[in-house]
Design a protein around this ligand. Structure first.
Ligand code: AOF
Ligand code: ZN
Length: 348
């Protein structure tokens, strides 16, 4: 009887503490590649005594950051405490030591995590290791939300391909260019500023050579984020690229990579071997067409402007498809009079 009353309350507090761990994890998004963004909190007697997140590959994992924080705040309360982690703790020596061992050595007696580590070296190992050390384990708390931020890492570590976001800005009639003499912009300044948030999430931005020739884009992160500039990947067949383009002459020219004569998905496999776990494809129409035709796209982010161009380049080029593709998990965000539509293709 007592237990039946107790367990829902326990579950509620697990949700509460895990949501704080998730907040911690979010602080690392964009900074941890090729590692996942992970957060942790340590709780003793219903009080938070430590918190932390993984800041960068090679630096301590979230669990260790939280333990260090707890050691500085209330070392005597760590034995018997519970740690909440958004990811299954690692159990092997990588760039850093195994978190399962550190948790055990600290005297933590309960470990709660949200999502399994998709890394084949760790997946499913932590429960057995911890339980055989007498530590209680609860899993799956806020799993879907925590898995959401693991998507790029999970795809990269399990398939050897980066997570791909396709971005475009189009007129209502699906064009990316305006009639001659009208200038280049289709979407509003606010919509274009919004798309900086995408650049802050990824390791690389990919465009075709034609986009460099026509638009001379900077492809830089300019929203004040402290994140390192994303790689700029230029796909080219002929190799005729203007030497004076921003991507070859600006302060980040060492972050520009030219890939010649590589088709999808080989171009993505090449990037993954360089430790690039996520790529934002920003066009043009031909590159987007090839990315979709090879079913390489995991997420789309489309900006739609209330303007009709009545001609011009189509947002997606290439030959007609045999099948259409629907999106799931769709979100719609008005940005002034423009719209941002996101979703995930469900490949047939
Ligand atoms: C955790 N907590 O915060 C993260 C984990 O090379 P290392 O030592 O940094 O290990 C990287 C692997 O550890 C990574 O591939 C993933 O499986 C896991 N990430 N694990 O316990 C963390 N970021
Ligand atoms: Zn770890």
């Amino acid at each position: 009887m007592k237990q039946a009353v107790m367990s829902p309350a326990t579950h509620e507090s697990d949700l509460h503490w895990m949501s704080l761990a998730l907040e911690q994890a979010r602080l690392g998004i964009g900074f941890t590649s090729p590692n996942p963004a992970v957060g942790a909190v340590i709780v003793a007697g219903g009080e938070l005594i430590g918190q932390g997140y993984h800041r960068q590959a090679g630096l301590p994992h979230a669990e260790i950051e939280a333990l260090l924080d707890a050691q500085s705040r209330a070392p005597e309360r760590i034995p018997g405490a519970t740690i909440y982690v958004t990811l299954e703790p690692c159990s092997t020596q990588g760039r850093t030591g195994p978190c399962t061992s550190a948790i055990q050595a600290a005297g933590i007696t309960r470990v709660v995590w949200a999502a399994q580590d998709p890394n084949p070296s760790h997946v499913g190992r932590a429960r057995q290791l911890l339980e055989s050390a007498g530590i209680s384990v609860t899993t799956g708390i806020l799993e879907a939300q925590c898995q959401e931020i693991l998507r790029p890492f999970a795809k990269w570590i399990t398939t050897g391909l980066p997570y791909v976001i396709a971005k475009a800005g189009q007129s209502l009639d699906g064009r990316i260019t305006r009639p001659a003499g009208e200038g280049p912009w289709i979407t509003s300044e606010a919509a274009r500023a919004h798309s900086q948030g995408l650049r802050a999430r990824v390791d690389a931005i990919l465009v075709g050579a034609e986009t460099v020739r026509q638009d001379n884009p900077r492809l830089t992160l300019r929203n004040g984020s402290a994140k390192e500039q994303p790689w700029r990947i230029i796909l080219t067949r002929g190799g005729h690229l203007p030497a004076e383009a921003h991507v070859f002459t600006d302060a980040y020219q060492d972050r520009t990579l030219i890939l010649r004569d590589l088709a999808f998905p080989d171009v993505l496999r090449d990037l993954a071997t360089r430790g690039i776990t996520s790529v934002l494809i920003e066009g043009g129409g031909n590159v987007l067409g090839q990315a979709f035709a090879s079913r390489s796209v995991d997420e789309v982010c489309w900006y739609i402007a209330p303007r009709l161009c009545g001609g011009g380049l189509p947002v997606i080029g290439g030959p007609p498809w045999a099948q259409s593709v629907a999106l799931e998990s769709v979100t719609l965000l008005p940005i002034g009079d423009n719209i941002c539509l996101t979703g995930r293709p469900v490949w047939p």
